[in-house]
Design a protein around this ligand. Sequence first.
Ligand code: FAD
Length: 232
Amino acid sequence: MQDYQVLIVGAGFAGSEAAYRLAQRGVRVGLLTQSLDSVMMPFLPPKPPFPEGSLLAQVYHPADPRLWAFHARAKYLLENQPNLHLFQATATELLLEGRRVVGVGTWEGPPARALHVVLAVGSFLGARLRMGEVEEEAGRLSEASYPDLFLHLQALGFRFQKREREVPQTPGTPGYTVSYHAFHPEEWEETTFRLTRLEGLYAVGLCVREGEYALMSQEGLRLAEHLLHKLG
Ligand code: FAD
């Protein structure tokens, strides 16, 4: 796999927004996500207001609330954005040179390398989903959460806080609960997005702070501005 200036793990709301903005500004971005079928896929329709000029604002069409259509529009824009390489893979570990993160290893095999690595993995670290009697490893309904990356981060000494989110019943789905892990606030620097235990590693979105889709998108844009400044 090629080298990127920025590699983002997770094409949810925060990761996609950051990747799109960086690529628009000429940064070579890799956006690696475990399933292309869930790129920027909302569970319930996102609620405006949205950040001005965001991918979220561009993709939201009030006259068409279909969630699959929203996801398809976002994926189309990401796939057609020059400098941006969206691809399907599951990150299982960080690649390290000393204390510096230089990429990620993947379950599929090929590593992905970059100058800056961003974790935008939402509710997928050590996640469990409960729906009535059923309990499974999933970060959202029908989206498996694999344990490798979380176990690797724990082995590196990262500390986490357990979080839980109750999702209401909808006409098409029963209610369910997801418990997951977010980085401990002392691991993350809000102004720089850095996970300070290592060099060249950042985190954005639900894996570091709680909030709704619009905030995740706002955070993605804030991270992009920070990295643009850093890359000069
Ligand atoms: P996500 O959008 O979850 O994106 C993370 C992405 O990373 C996923 O696509 C996942 O497949 C990928 N990923 C994870 N691990 C790996 C890996 N190792 N390798 C490669 N890819 C990986 N907010 C609302 O405004 N409305 C809602 O209806 C709503 N419902 C929610 C339901 C649940 C169950 C939860 C937990 C939260 C919900 N939220 C909702 C809050 C929050 O806004 C969303 O979770 C939002 O999607 C978080 O954005 P994100 O970019 O941080 O993560």
